[in-house]
Design a protein around this ligand. Sequence first.
Ligand code: AP5
Ligand code: ZN
Length: 217
Amino acid sequence: MRIVLVGPPGAGKGTQAHLLAKTLSIPHISTGDLFRANIGQGTPLGLEAKSYMDAGRLVPDEVTIGMAKDRMLQPDAANGFLLDGFPRNLGQAKALDEFLAEQGIKLDGVLDLEVPEDEVVRRIAGRRLCRNDGGHVFHVDYNPPKVEGVCDECGGELYQRSDDTEDKVRTRLEVYHTETEPIIDYYVQQDLVATISALGKVDEVTQRAIEALKQNG
Ligand code: AP5
Ligand code: ZN
């Protein structure tokens, strides 16, 4: 299966992608995680991405599209993938379509996670991420780790993202509305979109997502 996950910052894309990828046995490809890994390793790509991410703005398409394509060409993605945070504007969506056509493959569905803005702010303010694996995500109230500051899955140190402050979240939400939301219409025209509520417990949202993907496929 080849799936795109879309939704505002803090909707729970990373949380759901991590679980769905396990259930569907396909890799979870998050451009945000790839950028953060590059920043952590101090690569030139990471250095370029950092200033945009810290401002809550999109990293330029030239950088992002090449990185996403490289990842989709890795052997573990040959039979499918779950894209989280890509595409994020119409240029990226069109570039993805061209890439898929070149490879002779198609998207199976686009899962759109809906969540009100006040909940977004609560989720982002309490989020903690694992330094070893960006897919290990916790929340100080909603999904606390067993030991404070320590990842349940791998024992890694938990930290707060530098773009998770209130003013940056506002910028990220604005960017989501102006640049990312138009891709939902683009995919509605291809009859690919399933919209679900991302409110409720994490496993309830996962169940909703699996049902929606079944109906779509
Ligand atoms: P990215 O890393 O993609 O961030 P984002 O889209 O802003 O999304 P988040 O990671 O903030 O939220 P999420 O929806 O994954 O929520 P999560 O599961 O963590 O991008 C960051 C930056 O990188 C961008 O601003 C941009 O600069 C750059 N970038 C990335 N991709 C790009 C692209 N394609 N083009 C250009 N630039 C790009 O959940 C949030 C919290 O809520 C967690 O604490 C979690 O535990 C909790 N939670 C989750 N589900 C629930 C639930 N059901 N109930 C209660 N709490 C929950
Ligand atoms: Zn971990």
